[in-house]
Structure formats: C-alpha cells, structure tokens
Design a protein around this ligand. Structure first.
Ligand code: VGL
Length: 197
C-alpha cells in the first residue's frame, strides 16, 4: 500500500483573523506540522492544496461581491492569488518535496481534485502515476473543502481516512454532518492519536 497525506487549504484566510477564518484554524496549522514531523515515514507523498481565486472577479459566483454572503454557496472575498490571505498559514511547515495544488482560479473549487499541480497535472493523474492507494485527509474546512476532497478521493478508489483532530469547520452542525456522510461513503473517521504509526 502507498499512502499520501492531503493537507487541505491551511491558508491565512481560513484561519483566525482571515477573511473566512474558522475557529481552531491556527492551532490546526501547528498541529498538522507536529503530526507530519512525527509521522513522515507513514506517507510516501504529501499533497497540500490552496484555494487560489482570481482578483477582480466573483469567481463564478463564489464571491458575494454585492450583498451578504450566505456562507454556504457564496462567501466573502478570500484567498485571492498572490495575496497574504492565500498563503499557507506560517505554522504549517512543509517539506520541499510537497506536491502543491492550486484550485479555484475563476471558479468555485472545493475539492483538491479540481486543482492542478505545478507541473500542470491533475490530482487524479498524480495519484495514479505515484501508485497511491490510500489517502489521509486533514485541513480546512471540514464541511466544505475537506468533505469534497475526501469524497472525491473515495470516488477515485482511494482508501480514505479523515483525521478528526486535524480538521476544522465553518459550522459545527454541518461539520458533524460532513463526517457522518464521509463515514457512510466508506471513509474511516479517526483521531490521528489512535493510528498505528
Ligand atoms: C472553503 C468556503 C469557501 C474551504 C473554500 O476551503 O473549505 N470554504 N471556499
């Protein structure tokens, strides 16, 4: 078995003080770094995604440029390409061989599978090329991008685990619901502490 870690959208705008900051985001960033340092040998590859939206655009209706966002399908302006809000949170320390995925250029893109790597290839192609068959998912937000990324990983035939102490959500109820849905879809919903190394 060849395992990868997906680190979803641990970006300044999704952490406290950011345009769309979720509670626990900053703590999550340093906890993911600790986890990664302690479990490096478990992962053949690490993928890290960033929402990377266009400036001066509603990004396919994703940004509420006029009126209030509904925080379900429309959002405040966030993660504009090249701005500090779109950078990884500084407490997230990634190795040089991390596979960086950018998504959402001009469109809503919740799943990492909608993004592309720096060499232009898709996530699905990378997984196949690298022989990956197991994926652990951590990051932000449980109820949106983590949910969509883990669902797509299941749909792409991966054996998926969502690490519940290393995710943070927009809202409590929808986050709990997302984990339930993922469990029903076949993901293991587990605490990182409970895992065998
Ligand atoms: C996300 C809301 C809007 C996420 C992205 O990363 O989960 N949430 N855009």
């Amino acid at each position: 078995m060849t395992k990868a870690l997906f680190i979803i959208d641990v970006q300044n705008d999704f952490t406290e003080g950011g345009a769309l900051g979720v509670e626990g985001g900053a703590a999550l960033a340093s906890n993911v770094t600790k986890y990664l340092n302690a479990n490096k040998s478990a992962y053949a590859h690490v993928f890290a995604s960033r929402d990377w939206h266009d400036a001066n655009s509603d990004n396919g209706g994703h940004f509420a440029l006029e009126g209030e966002p509904n925080y379900v399908t429309t959002w405040p302006v966030h993660c504009v390409a090249g701005t500090p809000g779109a950078e990884y949170h500084p407490a997230l320390k990634l190795d040089a061989d991390t596979i960086h995925i950018k998504k959402g250029q001009g469109v809503p893109a919740y799943s990492i599978f909608e993004g592309t790597a720096e060499d232009g290839s898709s996530v699905a192609d990378k997984l196949q090329e690298l022989g990956i068959d197991e994926v652990d998912v951590v990051g932000i937000a449980t109820d949106y991008c983590v949910r969509a990324s883990a669902m797509d990983a299941i749909d792409h035939g991966q054996e998926v685990r969502v690490l519940t102490d290393l995710v943070a959500g927009v809202a409590k109820e929808s986050s709990e619901h997302a984990l339930e849905e993922l469990g029903h879809a076949g993901a293991a919903i587990v605490e990182s502490k409970s895992l065998d190394k």
